[in-house]
Design a binder for this molecule. Structure first.
Ligand SMILES: Cc1ncc(COP(=O)(O)O)c(C=O)c1O
Length: 450
């Protein structure tokens, strides 16, 4: 089939996610390393690991062969049966996650891993309320979409009861407290007050992305996550770390919780576990939680959980982080990328802040440096400059994400410095467009500020 025919048929007979059906998708033929190849022969640099999940890069035949070997044996068993791959992946997860996390409940993706985490927390504590952050995203099934503070929650708002939102450790948006330690204490004190006002005995868990991903790549100050851990411990509240996006080396360590030496009670993972080769997630619990649910029915399960073929993909992917030194590579290339982004920031008035940890990086674009007004809105109609930037990326063959004011750069860990250099040269031109929409270029105040 020709690329245009594929696009037409997909438009005619399938529905697309998230937005309206007025879409013009790329027709992808194959992928290799950091590149995607379209059906009409274009080469695209994948600078977002597709959905920040293809950490090991595209087209790794080690995964293909592990998956096909599993399929030659058996493709599906009931979740009540067990397979060698289930045993191996569960053991590996207990080894690579923070000490104390021991048992995995395998799911189909990140969303249902978070559903399982919430359900387990409520079951174990006998409490109902879940605290979550405004700038957070925990998935798109009905309950967890309502749980996250991401504006995408709007259509399902109220879909999950007993949610209380807490403020984010987002230092850039709290400029009146300049000292980072002081800001960290201020934010934790706010959360402490909310816990007291809600009643600690009513709160089952606090769920956080240790580094917020799609809502702006917000890196909390050092000591914030361990401070939150302490608050949870003081109040008998469980800490759930959603590492769906940050897990498996994305932030330069196996898990973002490691940066603050924190073991959550429950950790959820997905994306990097199979590097996107097949859908799989896990809700990983501590010994204490595992013990607590031993005699209490979990009351949850889907036909395709613990799917042997998806587990075979994970079983082949996880060791690659070690054999190919990909965690170190995420650190090393992340530093290279961050330096490049900071250099761009020094020349572009639209860049408010650059944030990064490993190959998890983003720029926040602002209307002017003083007010820090976001240049583009997270919701509503896209600004002209936003559309022009996206067009430039598409024309140049750079796959990256500009979501509201956040320009993300999250390539696969196999990225090379010349690929980063080229992507930064495209960013440079895109930021010229962003600069032209700022106060210093005389552009009008963005309408979303009113
Ligand atoms: C932090 C976080 N949690 C959960 C999810 C949902 O995962 P999935 O789309 O695999 O259901 C995502 C997806 O982007 C995510 O970034």
């Amino acid at each position: 089939m020709h690329a245009s025919e594929v696009v037409d048929l997909c438009r005619k007979y399938s529905l697309f996610e998230w937005g309206t059906q007025d879409v013009n998708p790329l027709a992808i033929d194959r992928g290799e390393g950091c590149y995607l190849y379209t059906m009409d022969g274009r080469e695209i640099l994948d600078f977002n690991s597709i959905a920040m999940n293809v950490n090991i890069g595209h087209g790794d035949q080690r995964i293909t062969s592990a998956v096909s070997k599993q399929m030659e044996k058996i493709s599906f068993v009931s979740p009540f049966m067990v397979t060698e791959v289930r045993a191996e992946v569960a053991k590996k997860l207990a080894e690579v996650t923070p000490e104390g996390l021991t048992k995995s409940f395998f799911t189909l993706a990140g969303s249902d891993a978070n559903e399982a985490a919430i359900r387990t927390a409520r079951l174990v504590t006998g409490r109902r309320k879940i605290l979550s952050r405004y700038r957070s995203y925990h998935g798109a099934t009905h309950q967890v979409l309502a749980l996250g503070g991401d504006p995408r929650r709007e259509p399902v708002e109220g879909g999950m009861g007993d949610i209380v939102r807490i403020p984010d450790p987002y230092h850039y948006r709290c400029p009146w407290i300049t000292d980072e330690k002081e800001f960290c204490k201020f934010n934790l004190d706010q959360i402490k007050q909310i816990i007291q006002l809600e009643g600690p005995h009513t709160i089952a868990a606090i769920i956080v992305e240790p580094i917020t991903g799609s809502n702006g790549l917000i890196i909390p100050p050092d000591g914030w996550l361990s401070g939150l851990r302490a608050l949870c411990d003081q109040n008998g509240i469980l800490l759930i770390c959603d590492e769906v996006m940050t897990g498996f080396g994305r932030t330069g360590d196996w898990f973002a919780s490691n940066h603050d030496g924190v073991t959550p009670d429950i950790m959820t993972v997905a994306k990097g576990m199979t590097s996107g080769y097949l859908p799989l997630g896990a809700c990983i619990v501590s010994d204490q939680i595992a013990e607590a649910v031993h005699d209490r029915p979990l009351g949850s399960g889907l036909t395709y959980q613990s799917h042997p073929v998806a587990l075979a993909a994970a079983n082949a992917t996880i060791p690659i982080y070690e054999t190919d030194n990909l965690i170190e590579r995420s650190q090393e290339m992340g530093t290279y990328l961050l330096n490049g982004l900071n250099e761009l920031a020094s020349r572009h008035i639209s860049v408010g802040e650059v944030r990064g940890s490993g190959l998890f990086t983003a720029m926040e674009l602002v209307y002017d440096q003083e007010s820090r007004l976001e240049l583009f809105p997270l919701t509503g109609p896209a600004a002209t400059a936003d559309q022009e930037m996206k067009k430039l990326f598409a024309d140049e063959g750079l796959a990256c994400v500009l979501r509201g004011p956040y320009l993300f750069a999250n390539p696969p860990f196999v990225v090379e410095s010349h690929q980063i250099d080229w992507a930064l040269s495209v960013f440079d031109r895109a930021l010229d467009i962003a600069d032209s929409a700022t106060a210093s270029a005389g552009a009008p105040i963005p309408s979303h500020s009113q």
